[in-house]
Design a protein around this ligand. Structure first.
Ligand code: CDP
Length: 808
């Protein structure tokens, strides 16, 4: 039948790369057939719940669990004392620090885990939590990292050496007992010299507030220790199941082959589900002790107050330029608030992640970055909330600094960007802070974006609006937010990037069945990104079998090849590459089989969409389906039966997606209410696998960007109480707040990726946050505003307007 189809029709029938294939996952999700951790119910399963500290800094004087243990249905109450003999009262963090599993003599943040109650059901566990009596002795609280660096109060006595000395931390020398590390990149003296000699220097403190990834599904697990065969099965909301298996093995002493980690369906991760939490350790211990499965699933408040936060970077910046606007230097000192333990999820050599991408899309010849990590009485974390290891902070920093420099130069901010962009012919581009950007065409993207929104027309309208405002004809100002961002996604390479010593490669294993369908297993795990749809598309194009005939499986460490998981938009750059490479191995073997069947030399056949054809004789061919069958059916001299391949891919470089965004916003000066009139997002993620999924990723990322820029915040009072611990206070946008997004693209393939693809999941978040923020700031530029901090909620905007004297 295939013979009658044209080449294009055969390609279309595969549903391969470039087509808007519908998400195969959605039939399950939209019909309530998803299988999340909380859906897992094992025979005899118990439930765990935490007693948590109401104080942000306190000594634990005593814990009395007798009343809780007396409650019918309570099986056990674990404290640090119970875990200590097993060496499990503390656990290693991803950042080389250690963290208390259960409070060991003191607590360092509100909501910290103090005791773990195990009971027959969730309600009994919750009641028992109330009955555990803990006596605390309050200690002085430090919520400000600058004050923490000056304070006599010691947060981490466990890190003091003899006589109060300060041994080195995981990332080198420490300056103060509340200091974690200093990380420096670039040329300090040269940058300071450039700043001194510059025509113009713009200086600003840019604070990126603390926020939280807040996935719809909170974190949780079900630990099940089978004492008969010695096997531990751990279902959990893990973004990196293999890494969790290795960590559990290392800290529990259970051999790795006896641990099976399964990430079932995951309801959003955004970085929140990368790290290891005390709930996992306590559930495992409780299951080992009781001999039955134990489930722990946190509630919304626990998720917001205690699991990994994002951002909290104070970025002091200086940027210099000539009178004409050519940037000459960039200097940045960041004070990073890491909370009570350093549990940041970054590759080992990068304690501040990829913050050194902060030169952005610009050709900046000289730069210097220093980051100081500091302990405070806040929750630990520091994860990449929909970004690649602090790239969001970097993009926000440089895109605000560019706007402030434009004010200083009295220049149009779009033009300032244009004259400083790295030029197309400069790629691969070596940045002053150490990265090699793989490819880009920033001018084309920028021109396309400005044309699409009629940028000159918008500026004219804005100028008129300012006149009308001054004349009392309107109370609404208009802001034009601009952003051109460059992302860095796809960690590895292994030589630079590891987490806890595990190199950041990824993997794909393919098995072609005799009838020409297939299963591919990967080391990644989808949390809503649609991997089951898109990875099958890569394979369809690479091996010539229909995407609908290829099952994608992730998240089970007993079956999937070892991989470092999904976060930092690494799935496409790393596992996507592994998939293409494994597909090519299949193709190479298929070529030999085809040549044998067609009775020609291997070199005389070539791949053509879904078949191998004899060169120069296209009527002689074998389809991939026929080849698959032959692989299992015929004895082919010199070739093993079967058609399988595995690829472990260590990327030679990161990929550098980029984008040009414009936001048009009206602001009511009297209420502080913002209205987004237009949002145009042009993304370049290289080769596009599924344009529909990309569009969905962009919509989602922009919506989370809107949330962060306009209100989403984890705020603390001076006592270290979390003020935004519920969704009543923590802004999670709904359809009501979300504007219409206009999406667009250019395509600049990555030269080193097998299919030229770069990541995209995080780009809209990375570019969106500065774009929304720049729109707010820009609205007030004509009235003398240089910079106002996020989040730009109505109250803060009202105060900004008031501070500028706009309320009369
Ligand atoms: O690692 P994560 O899956 O979060 O991010 P990603 O690699 O950026 O991919 C997000 C989704 O977009 C996946 O389903 C990808 O296959 C898809 N994608 C695409 O269709 N084309 C690209 N060039 C990049 C990603």
């Amino acid at each position: 039948m295939n013979k009658e189809l044209s080449r294009e029709e055969r390609a279309d029938a595969l549903g391969g790369m470039g087509c808007k294939r519908k998400r195969v996952e959605d039939a399950r999700f939209t019909q309530g057939k998803g299988n999340y951790v909380d859906d897992i119910k094992l025979p005899g399963m118990l439930q765990g719940d935490f007693v948590r500290s109401p104080y942000a800094h306190a000594k634990i004087v005593s814990i009395d669990a007798s009343a809780a243990l007396a409650l019918d249905g309570v099986i056990a109450v674990l404290t640090a004392e119970d875990l200590a003999p097993l060496g499990l009262h503390w656990m290693p963090t991803l950042a080389g620090d250690k963290q208390m599993v259960l409070a060991d003599g003191k607590v360092l943040f509100q909501g910290q885990e103090v005791a773990f109650v195990v009971a027959k059901d969730r309600y009994i566990a919750a009641d028992a939590v109330e009955l555990v009596e803990v006596e605390y002795e309050e200690l002085p609280v430090l919520t400000d990292p600058f004050a923490a660096m000056e304070s006599d109060v010691v947060l981490r006595e466990d890190l003091l050496g003899e006589g109060g000395s300060l041994p080195d931390g995981a990332h080198g020398p420490r300056k103060h007992h509340n200091h974690i590390f200093t990380w420096e990149v670039g040329e300090k003296d040269a940058t300071e010299q450039v700043l001194q000699e510059a025509d113009v220097v713009a200086e600003e403190m840019v604070y990126y507030h603390r926020t939280h990834p807040c996935p719809l599904e909170t974190c949780g697990c079900v630990a099940s220790m089978d004492k008969v065969n010695g096997k531990l099965t751990l279902h959990g909301t893990f973004q990196a199941p293999h890494a969790i298996r290795t960590v559990v093995s290392l800290i529990s002493g259970i051999e790795e082959h006896n641990i099976r980690v399964i990430s079932p369906d995951i309801g959003g991760g955004f970085g929140n589900k990368v790290g290891a939490y005390p709930g996992y350790v306590c559930s495992v211990v409780a299951s080992i002790v009781t001999g039955v499965p134990v489930k722990w699933v946190e509630d919304r408040m626990e998720n917001l107050m205690t699991t990994a936060f994002a951002r909290d970077y104070w970025m002091k910046g200086k940027i210099s330029a000539t009178k004409e606007g050519k940037i000459t230097g960039l200097w940045c000192h960041t004070t990073a608030d890491h909370g009570g333990f350093d549990a940041c999820a970054d590759p080992t050599k990068f304690p501040a992640g990829f913050m050194n991408i902060c030169t952005g899309s610009y050709d900046i010849p000289t730069a210097y970055l220093a980051v100081d990590g500091v302990y405070t009485n806040k929750a630990p974390g520091g994860v990449s909330y929909r970004c690649s290891f602090r790239v969001t902070e970097a993009a926000y920093f440089i895109e605000r600094m560019i706007e402030i420099l434009a004010i200083e130069l009295n220049m149009d901010a779009a033009e300032l960007r244009r004259i400083n962009f790295i030029k197309k012919e400069q790629f691969p581009y070596q940045s002053a802070l150490g990265w090699e950007y793989d490819s880009g065409d920033y001018h084309t993207a920028w021109d396309k974006a400005l044309k699409a929104v009629d940028y000159d027309g918008l500026r004219a309208e804005q100028a008129q609006r300012v006149e009308d405002f001054k004349a009392g004809k309107t109370r609404k100002l208009m802001g034009i937010g601009l952003t051109h961002f460059t992302e860095i996604v796809g960690a590895g390479p292994v030589k630079n990037c590891d987490i806890l010593g595990l190199g950041m490669f990824d993997s794909c294993e393919i098995r072609i069945h005799p009838t020409g369908s297939a299963i591919a297993r990967l080391g990644t795990i989808s949390q809503g990104q649609g991997h089951a749809t898109t990875f099958a598309q890569i394979l369809a194009t690479e091996i010539g079998l229909p995407a609908d005939s290829i099952t994608i499986e992730e998240g089970d460490t007993d079956t999937a090849p070892y991989g470092l998981g999904t976060y930092g938009s690494r799935s496409t750059p790393v596992a996507g590459a592994a998939t293409a490479m494994a597909g090519r191995k299949i193709r190479a073997k298929a070529q030999m089989i085809a040549a044998y069947l067609l009775e020609v030399h291997d070199d005389d056949v070539e791949f053509d969409v879904d078949r191998f054809v004899v060169k120069g004789a296209p009527e002689k061919f074998k389809t991939m389906k026929e080849i698959a069958f032959a692989a299992y059916n015929q004895a082919i001299p010199g070739i093993e039966p079967g058609l399988e391949a595995v690829s472990y891919y260590d990327p030679p470089n990161m990929t550098y997606p980029f984008g040009a965004y414009v936001c048009v916003m009206d602001i009511d000066v009297d209420t502080g209410v913002t209205e987004i009139r237009r949002f145009y997002a042009l993304d370049d993620c290289g080769t596009r696998i599924n344009p529909m999924i990309i569009e969905g990723q962009v919509h989602g990322g922009l919506t989370e960007a809107l949330a962060v820029a306009l209100g989403q915040e984890i705020a603390y009072d001076d006592m270290g109480n979390v003020k935004t611990g519920t969704l009543m206070d923590f802004f999670l946008p709904t359809a009501w707040e979300v504007p219409n997004y206009e999406t667009d693209h250019t395509v600049t393939p990555s030269p080193h990726h097998p299919i030229g693809a770069k990541g995209v999941g995080e780009s809209p978040h990375v570019g969106g946050v500065p774009c929304f923020s720049n729109a707010v700031n820009d609205a007030f530029r004509a009235f003398g505003l240089r910079h106002t901090h996020m989040p730009h909620d109505h109250w803060r905007i009202w105060k900004t307007a008031n501070g500028l004297g706009l309320h009369g």
